[in-house]
Design a protein around this ligand. Structure first.
Ligand code: PLP
Length: 410
């Protein structure tokens, strides 16, 4: 029996043109949403409209179109502010994605606050983009990177985290939600522990923002980052939220147009927030497209999305567990609708190839989280990541596909 749902899935699917196609003459079943999500027609139309009628570089023009684009771009910033409940619009920096946002903080925060011997704490379940920027920073500054381990359920071991903190700890940067294990980390607890000793916390929200309500003031988080393309917005867009007090103190990370106040060969002064961190012509059409995607999500309702995706998670867990030799990686109490799994005697790539030919798009490999694979002693897994436009019937197609592939590969 399939669970009942409070979401009109057929109506929602009509909004996503990509979903209505066949691949290899099979109905497309798209379960690679952790990598990127599909775009609703409203986002596609908005981007088309802007390119067709209003395109003009923002902030610098006195003419009509430039004014119009500037207004829409700044309205998009306000939309993001309200979506994550930031206190100030100036705390919202547009970037090209999570990776860019983390690198920006690693460079800028690192430049100002990290010195030789200082320590930064991340976790064992990070995406590479929340590992490598810190490794590069530690190499530049001769600082030390410390790692919070996770347990057999894929949950961070908080007692170990506490042991890692020292008077040299300068920043904690952890993922809100794991892209591989699906774990929703106890970020409020982590922030409370860190703030008791005045250590700032950065949360990588790349896999959280599309699944649950984020309130940065309630979390009291210092930095929160995410990508637009993972929340039904355009690629090449992203957000860096930072508390004003940090952003004010941090130096710019890239120099160029728009981020300056006055430029001369003797002295250059910088623009105010948020422009200090937005050098060059930004992806303003993308940013406006992202705001449109947030409208779309809000219209459905974040809580509704969360509860439906929980049903998808529960149903897929039950059905995947019935398959002989299949092992799900990650059994945290609080988990998003992401299933990573391995199947006895079958290489994930071979399984992924067969599923593809059956029209089912899953991800195979390390999911840019090689330390997670190392934890399990494997070099890769399959990953089916589900969102609100996926259905229980699609999960059935995945399950049938796995069984079919199993019989072919055994
Ligand atoms: N962090 C997590 C948890 C992710 O899942 C991803 C992408 O999969 C990223 C960071 C990087 O995001 P992007 O490639 O959009 O910068």
């Amino acid at each position: 029996m399939k669970p009942t749902t409070n979401i009109d899935i057929q109506k929602i699917r009509e909004d996503f043109p990509v979903l209505h196609q066949k691949v290899y003459n099979k109905k497309l079943v798209y379960f690679d949403n952790g990598a990127t999500t599909q775009k609703p027609q409203s986002v596609i139309d908005k981007i088309n409209e802007l390119h067709s009628f209003t395109n003009s570089s923002i902030h610098r023009g006195v003419h009509y179109l430039s004014g119009l684009m500037t207004e829409e771009y700044e309205a998009a910033r306000e939309k993001v502010r309200s979506f994550i409940n930031a206190k100030e619009k100036s705390e919202i920096i547009f970037s090209s994605g999570t990776t860019a946002s983390i690198n920006m903080i690693a460079f800028s925060f690192g430049e100002k606050y990290i010195s030789e011997g200082d320590e930064i704490i991340i976790s064992e379940m990070e995406h590479h983009s929340n590992i490598v920027p810190w490794q590069l920073l530690c190499e530049r500054k001769k600082a030390v990177l410390k790692i919070i381990p996770f347990d057999e359920n894929g949950e961070l071991i908080i007692s170990e985290f506490k042991k890692l903190i020292s008077d040299k700890t300068k920043l904690i940067s952890v993922t809100h939600t794991s892209n591989t294990l699906g774990t929703v980390n106890p970020v409020k607890e982590i922030i409370n522990i860190a703030h008791k000793i005045n250590i700032p916390v950065l949360l990588d929200g790349a896999q959280a923002i599309q699944h649950e309500k984020i309130d940065v003031q309630e979390l009291d988080v210092d930095f929160y980052v995410f990508s637009g393309h993972k929340i039904y917005g355009p690629t090449g867009t992203g957000i860096l939220y930072g508390k004003q007090k940090w952003l004010e103190e941090m130096p710019p990370w890239q120099g160029g147009g728009d981020m300056v106040d006055k430029v001369s060969f003797t002295k250059t002064t910088f623009n105010s927030l948020p422009f200090k961190f937005e050098a060059g012509t930004p992806n303003y059409i993308g940013a406006i497209g992202l705001a449109k995607a947030l409208d779309y999500v809000e219209n459905i309702g974040v809580e509704k999305i969360k509860s439906y995706e929980k049903e998808l998670l529960n149903y897929s867990t039950r059905e995947l567990n019935k398959i002989d030799g299949l092992k799900i990686l990650g059994h945290s109490k609080d988990k998003i609708s992401v299933q990573s799994f391995i199947i006895e005697s079958i290489h994930p790539y071979d399984m992924g190839m067969i599923l593809d030919k059956l029209g089912v798009a899953v991800r195979t490999g390390s999911h840019c989280a090689q330390p997670v694979m190392d934890h399990f002693g494997i070099d890769g897994s399959l990953r089916a990541s589900m969102v609100f436009y996926n259905s229980f019937e699609e999960i059935d197609i995945l399950i049938d596909g796995i069984k079919k592939a199993q019989s072919m590969l055994k």
